[in-house]
Design a protein around this ligand. Structure first.
Ligand code: ADP
Length: 396
């Protein structure tokens, strides 16, 4: 069974074609960047032949990028599109819908109902899924919602203390995101430790990031909320903030509501704190090392947020067996890991500094006498989505 997994960003498309029956082998992978700009970039690698493409392209919309992808798939990976059993998407959010679902018009409408809380994710996904449906009308489209991993959070973790009738009427609650990555990190750790009865703090730290308290394999709390704008600060998104700052900016500081919304979504987080130096931690770290005080504080604030939630989730679970890092920052930034874990010896967390600096995916970086294991993991969201899509297809 071949399953095509697609990851849609507002200006990007990434894909992997899995042969599930051949040990989940990735037959080919590729993507498009700067979709919608004057010049886009297209790349593709066929793992069967070793052939690779890396070229400029003109992709005014996702439709052209999808066509380029299909052309490449038919060029040495598969002979006909009918060999693709389904296209799977790591979809983000929908009102009243979660889990793994066929992407019917009804599900797409439920996604559109939450455009306001997932503005960077839902609109491009909905548009791209419609284009996929037009171009591949005979292929099932399946979505694995990022919220699903958190579906069993207890009420004390998901309730917001606004009037109950408002929460009920408008489906306002903490949902949580990054489900595919958090599921991968937690199952990887359970296999590694050969135990299921574990208390884990899983840290998915990428361009956007969230932490999750996973007890016995179930998410019992997570840092993201109704939308993706809270918790630890993100590349250019806000993270936790007193909501009354919004009213202050609108009522006293002359900003419009839509300006505030754009600011919170695109000019905050690491980008905002660094004074606009970058939204990429690598650049900010470099500027911090060169003496930029704002960048130094941005990195400190980022790591401090992670440390606070590790402490909170240890309290929520009544202890912690392992802390697991994944995502571009979690996997690659030894300095963020070190700063986030510094001072947590009181919880039994002892980092081995040498192992931390030389860590690669799958490394354990805790010292031998640490009561809490610490791991760095290469997360794999695509395989989680592919497995869920396969399970849904097998049910029907
Ligand atoms: P996304 O969340 O967009 O899917 P990733 O999980 O790949 O992306 O994470 C991207 C982020 O990882 C970048 O914004 C960059 O800040 C960070 N990153 C990647 N490599 C490093 C590194 N060596 N050191 C610090 N940060 C890194």
């Amino acid at each position: 069974m071949n399953i095509l997994i697609c990851n849609v960003g507002s200006t990007s498309l990434k894909y992997q074609l899995f042969d599930m029956d051949a040990g989940e082998k990735v037959l080919c992978a590729g993507g498009a960047e700067r979709v919608g700009a004057e010049k886009s970039l297209f790349y593709h690698r066929n793992n069967l032949t070793g052939d690779a493409v890396n070229q400029e392209a003109i992709f005014p919309s996702h439709r052209e990028a999808i066509c380029a992808m299909l052309e490449q798939l038919l060029c040495g990976c598969i002979e006909s599109l009918s060999e693709i059993s389904c296209v799977g998407f790591k979809v983000v959010h929908a009102k009243g819908v979660t889990g793994v679902q066929y992407l019917t018009e009804e599900v797409l409408r439920a996604m559109a109902d939450f455009n306001s809380v997932a503005p960077a994710h839902n609109p491009p996904y909905i548009a791209a899924i419609r284009q996929f449906k037009n171009l591949m009308p005979d292929t099932p489209m399946i979505g694995s919602f990022e919220t699903a991993f958190h579906a069993n959070m207890p009420p004390e973790a998901y309730l917001y203390s606004i009037p109950l009738e408002l929460s009920k009427e408008h489906a306002i609650r903490r949902y949580g995101f990054h489900g595919a990555s958090l599921e991968y990190l937690s199952t990887w750790t359970a296999e590694k430790m050969e135990r299921k009865d574990l208390k884990l703090v899983c840290c998915h730290l990428g361009g956007s990031g969230s932490l999750c308290a996973v007890k016995n394999g179930i998410s019992i709390d997570t840092t993201m909320g109704m939308g993706l704008q809270c918790g630890v600060l993100q590349n250019n998104r806000i993270g936790d903030m007193d909501p009354y700052i919004i009213f202050h900016l609108v009522e006293e500081c002359g900003m419009s509501l839509s300006e505030v919304k754009t600011m919170l979504q695109t000019k905050s987080g690491l980008y905002g704190l660094s004074g606009g130096v970058s939204n990429d931690l690598r650049d900010i770290q470099e500027a911090a090392d060169a003496g930029n005080e704002d960048c130094r504080n941005a990195v400190k604030a980022y790591a401090y947020g992670i440390k606070k939630y590790i402490g909170a989730y240890t309290a929520a679970m009544g202890g912690v067996d392992a802390i697991v890092f994944g995502g571009g920052i979690g996997r690659n930034s030894s300095s963020v890991r070190q700063a986030a874990l510094e001072g947590l010896e009181c919880l039994g967390v002892k980092l081995d500094n040498q192992k931390n600096v030389s860590a690669t995916g799958g490394s354990e970086i805790s010292s031998a006498d640490s009561a809490v294991r610490i791991y760095v993991v290469d997360t794999n969201e695509e395989i989680i989505v592919a497995r869920k899509a396969q399970a849904l297809l097998n049910q029907s």
